[in-house]
Design a binder for this molecule. Structure first.
Ligand SMILES: CC(=O)[C@@H](O)[C@H](O)COP(=O)(O)O
Ligand SMILES: NCC(=O)COP(=O)(O)O
Length: 242
């Protein structure tokens, strides 16, 4: 049976706007609280190494100020592991990071980085943090996640979101096949990146997916309709697709 699909609201780009002026507003915690009231099941925040949006103090504020689980997106570095172990978020999603990129351009090479990731994942898991790997919907990466003992994978949906027509249908099949393979192997599949009102339904209809993480579009749409309304609408579209 298809279960409820959780919505994790990524509030990074509230911090992008805040940081444009260097002051305290708009406050990502306030956004997280509104998302919670609007039906979000979790909050996602990406503490980038360059701190271009979420900053260190935001992590403590978010954990202390919301009842929802926090999914901390982070690069596989010593600095980030220390921060995760200090704050103890519900989940840590390991993402690839390149300083000069505009956004997270692709999935983590879990296969190629096995030896580096293995001890890092073990340390987070031993601390009771649920580790997720942000990967491409690729069977080799799922096998690597299995070997690494990651309980969760999040499929990067950017290629799907940016494609059209038959190319998009092909990307959708890749994600659906990957979700089925992950679930068959006991790994909980999530998905996210670049999802919007227009492209979310086919992804939300994939029965094995347990969670979608959506940010940039929701924060942008909030400029026009308010954050509560943008989150509620996304929630409705996801529920309708199930
Ligand atoms: C990993 C990921 O997909 C999200 O963190 C999202 O990309 C928002 O952060 P950026 O826009 O800084 O990549
Ligand atoms: N992991 C994906 C995420 O958190 C949100 O991505 P986006 O909707 O901001 O592209």
């Amino acid at each position: 049976m298809t279960g409820k699909l959780r919505l994790g609201v990524n509030i990074d780009h509230v911090a992008t706007v805040r940081n444009a002026r260097g002051g305290p507003t708009p406050d990502p915690l306030r956004a997280a609280q509104i998302a919670q009231a609007a039906g979000a099941d979790g909050i996602t925040a990406h503490l980038r190494e360059d701190r271009r949006h979420i900053m260190d103090a935001d992590i403590a504020h978010l954990i202390g100020g919301i009842a929802l689980p926090l999914n901390l997106e982070m690069a596989a570095t010593e600095e980030m592991v220390a921060i995760a172990l200090q704050h103890h978020p519900h989940a840590a999603c390991i993402v690839p990071e390149r300083r000069e990129e505009v956004t997270t351009e692709g999935g983590l090479d879990a296969e190629g980085q096995h030896n580096r990731l293995k001890p890092l994942i073990a340390r987070l898991s031993d601390a009771g943090i649920r580790v997720s790997l942000f990967i491409e919907p690729d069977p080799r990466q799922i096998e690597a996640a299995l070997q690494l003992g990651a309980p969760v994978v999040e499929f990067h949906t950017g290629a799907y979101a940016h494609a059209e027509g038959e190319a998009q249908a092909e990307q959708l099949r890749r994600i659906a096949d990957a979700a089925a393979l992950a679930a068959k192997n006991g790994i909980e599949p999530h998905a996210g990146h670049g999802l919007t009102y227009d492209n979310v339904a086919p992804i939300a209809a994939i029965p094995q997916l347990a969670e979608l993480n959506i940010g940039h579009f929701l924060i942008g749409e909030a400029i026009f309709v308010g954050l509560e309304a943008s989150v509620r609408r996304m929630r409705e579209l996801m529920d309708a697709a199930r």
